[in-house]
Design a protein around this ligand. Structure first.
Ligand SMILES: [Mg+2]
Length: 218
């Protein structure tokens, strides 16, 4: 019998892609306002091409973008892009559609927890931004074990805090390697959040395209 549900945070509850698109759009607007001579649509396409090449969390992406787009880095334009991006990124963190409703329903019957590699303050900031701070019994972050997924320590700590056995637990996440594989090793039921846009491959007991499908599985 399932007693607890553990969630990954980024790209499982938080719609990072939506946030990224809005933030990049704001950055491009700001750079164009400050002298970037490029069509907005073209700039948008180039930014995402670079994100795909350098990784979604690459911090120096705007400098690479300007070099690629104009052949040099104009620091006024670069700064405008960074400021435009940060304003949106910090203000707009969206959960995937149906997330709050699904969590509210699950909370009536199950203990809920998060296991995230994010630092504690960032995890909580994101939860508060989405008004989800009271949804979870435990929020396990990198600060708790200093072990990143797919290490087993954060999962074991979650089981201990929740006071449940692994076979009474469901793990849902958007990465096979970090979320599904360790949960399977411990004997949890696993649900892969395909909507999270992760390109990883592996095994899970269930694959869902919408978070509300969880309600049908458990
Ligand atoms: Mg994730």
């Amino acid at each position: 019998m399932i007693k607890a549900v553990i969630f990954d945070l980024d790209n499982t509850l938080i719609d990072f892609v939506k946030m990224k698109k809005l933030a990049v759009e704001a950055a491009i607007d700001a750079m164009i306002d400050n002298g970037l001579k490029m069509e907005k649509k073209k700039a948008f396409k180039l930014m995402f091409k670079l994100y795909n090449a350098y990784g979604w969390e690459y911090q120096k992406i705007f400098g690479v973008f300007l070099k690629e787009a104009t052949g040099k880095v104009d620091y006024k334009i670069l700064a405008a892009g960074i400021v435009g991006y940060k304003r949106i990124k910090e203000g707009l963190i969206y959960p995937y559609p149906g997330t709050i409703d699904t969590l509210t329903k699950l909370k009536k019957n199950y203990k809920l927890a998060i296991v995230s590699d994010a630092p504690r303050i960032q995890a909580w900031t994101r939860l508060v931004s989405m008004n989800m701070q009271d949804m979870f019994d435990y929020v396990i972050t990198f600060n708790d074990t200093h072990v990143k997924k797919p290490g087993l320590a954060p999962y074991k700590l979650a089981l201990k805090k929740l006071n449940v056995k692994s076979n009474e637990t469901v793990m849902i996440g958007d990465c096979y390697k970090r979320d599904m594989a360790p949960a399977r090793r411990l004997g949890m039921m696993t649900v892969f959040a395909k909507y999270g846009e992760s390109k990883s491959k592996g095994k899970a007991d269930y694959i869902i395209n919408d978070i509300s499908e969880l309600l049908k599985i458990i």
